[in-house]
Design a protein around this ligand. Structure first.
Ligand SMILES: Cc1cc2nc3c(=O)[nH]c(=O)nc-3n(C[C@H](O)[C@H](O)[C@H](O)COP(=O)(O)OP(=O)(O)OC[C@H]3O[C@@H](n4cnc5c(N)ncnc54)[C@H](O)[C@@H]3O)c2cc1C
Length: 484
């Protein structure tokens, strides 16, 4: 990263953190002519998402899925000569990851450098007051800076569990799992949230023997329950040893690996041994060492306190992204950043609302969500009904050899759709339509009128809307797709 060491003494906006929250905010403000200084302590622009999160995990997943597809090739009438069995070339996977990350980081820096009023500094920034900060540059004396506004976008880090033995060699947080120099023979993952589930399936498909300990009664507790249970079954069917209601208590080293002791709600429990242990116990906002103690900014264990305009308790200091706590997603951080930049430029700003958010768990099959689950809708005081589509009857799913479910959550009276949930390989792209539907409050009738191309997964949206309207009108519905 070609970073300047010449920080201005005074800037319009200081941005701390160059991830999906900080970078778009800095770009948008500099594009409008503001003098912006972006300070990033890591290797380049991209944050957790590029270097340790979204992108590397999906690169591994892509290799794992291609191996899996080769394993399934016979199902589709594709054979290998001389019984050739596909195998993973891990060094090639790691090299591919390095290349993609480097290309994306270089492109991000190139975009940023094209803006004359944006200066990027590699260093660590901390606040010294409401309009002052200090920047520690590698190998140089700290520099003072004055700013009119600051945007804090320092992200989050893996939660450090109070788990005896979590500091042993072979125990990894998610970012270290994405840098292992070989595929482990066996891996025990602690935590059945998005990261734990994604990692469990990736390494299982890559050939590791995987155990997943989940403290709660099912995986992915915040997602639609029926779809999560179907995914849970898929995990088990694929050979993952899933133990729900199992809380890890301690880890000890044993010959050849590690032994994890866990307990269940009844006070019983057990032990599992594995070569490596991965901890996926959530992420906590990175509030330490930001100099918050020199300001009026308040935070609790869940994140910084901000108002509806992302303003902290210090009027000229704003914050975005993981630093604010849940939801922690790259696109959410970016949506906040774009709205905040517009707000600071005095333009109309649509600050994102949680009930319009979308997200994908990159499990296999993908599990995508937009808007509210039934439980969330009820908690918000809405009276809702659901409609469910089984991809067993779907042309595109049959062609791809996939199964899964689609669920719409809609208000009983208005038929406004408030939630779209899909468990099917391809749901990550399908859910873009779901995001549009919930953001603009479309009704079942409006969805039914859209013409979806055949044979695609998106067709399921229109079919389900039409089936549901027919059901509500007391008409007989056809169990099968009307298009052959
Ligand atoms: C394994 C994994 C997989 C994930 N997969 C997905 C996914 O598929 N989709 C998705 O939407 N999200 C995913 N996420 C979450 C996503 O990475 C985060 O939500 C996103 O990166 C948050 O952006 P941010 O800008 O708030 O923080 P970050 O991306 O964490 O960026 C913060 C930056 O601030 C820098 N920084 C911190 N303190 C200072 C300081 N004092 N001075 C200077 N620099 C500082 C850090 O070095 C960092 O680069 C994943 C996360 C993990 C861990």
């Amino acid at each position: 990263m070609n970073l300047s060491s010449q920080a201005d003494e005074s800037v319009d906006v200081l941005v701390i953190g160059g991830g999906p929250g900080g970078t778009p905010a800095a770009l948008a403000l500099a594009q409008a002519g503001r003098r912006v200084l972006l300070v990033e302590q890591g290797d380049g622009l991209g944050g957790t998402c590029l270097f340790e999160g979204c992108i590397p995990s999906k690169i591994f997943r892509e290799s794992a899925l291609r191996l899996h597809a080769a394993d399934r090739a016979g199902e589709f009438g594709v054979g290998f000569d001389a019984a050739m069995k596909p195998a993973i070339d891990w060094q090639r996977v790691l090299a591919r990851k390095r290349d993609i990350l480097a290309a994306r980081a270089a492109a991000a820096l190139h975009n940023a450098q094209a803006l004359p009023t944006l200066q990027i500094v590699r260093g660590h920034a901390r606040l010294l007051g409401a309009h002052r900060a200090e920047i520690s540059l590698p190998g140089a004396a700290p520099r003072g800076l004055r700013f009119a506004h600051a945007i804090l976008a320092a992200g989050a880090q893996a939660a450090q569990p109070a788990l005896v033995g979590s500091d042993l060699a072979g125990v990894h947080a998610s970012e270290q799992l994405l840098s292992l120099d070989r595929v482990p023979d066996s891996l025990l993952l602690v935590g059945g949230g998005p990261i734990g589930v994604e990692m469990a399936q990736i390494f299982c498909l890559l050939g590791s023997r995987v155990t997943l300990l989940q403290g709660r009664e099912r995986i992915l507790p915040s997602m639609d329950g029926d779809l999560a249970l179907q995914l849970q079954q898929r995990l088990q069917d694929s050979g993952i040893d899933l133990r729900c209601g199992a809380r890890a208590q301690s880890i000890v080293a044993v010959p050849g690996g590690l032994r994890v002791t866990y307990s269940d709600a009844q006070g019983n429990g057990g032990q599992v041994e594995a070569q490596h242990v991965g901890l996926a116990l959530g992420r906590v906002p990175r509030v330490a060492d930001l100099g918050l103690e020199h300001t009026r900014i308040r935070h609790d264990g869940k994140g910084l306190r901000v108002d509806a305009h992302l303003q902290t308790d210090e009027p000229d200091v704003y914050a975005v992204g993981d630093l604010l706590g849940q939801p922690m997603f790259a696109h959410w951080a970016t949506a906040q950043a774009q709205a905040l930049a517009a707000h600071l430029l005095g333009k109309p700003a649509a600050f994102p609302k949680p009930e319009h958010n979308s997200a994908v768990i990159f499990s296999h099959p993908e599990f995508a969500t937009a808007g509210l689950t039934v439980a969330q809708a009820q908690a918000a005081g809405l009276i809702v009904d659901t409609a469910t589509y089984d991809y067993a009857i779907d042309a595109r799913a049959q062609i791809g050899g996939e199964t899964g479910l689609l669920r719409l959550v809609f208000e009983r009276d208005s038929r406004r759709i408030v939630g779209v949930h899909a468990l099917i390989e391809g749901a990550s792209d399908l859910i873009g339509e779901g995001a549009l539907i919930v953001r603009h409050g479309l009704t079942l009738e409006q969805l039914a009128q859209a013409i979806h191309p055949h044979p695609t997964l998106t067709e399921s949206m229109g079919v389900l809307a039409r089936q549901t309207l027919a059901r509500l009108q007391g008409l007989a519905t056809h169990a099968h797709h009307p298009v052959p």
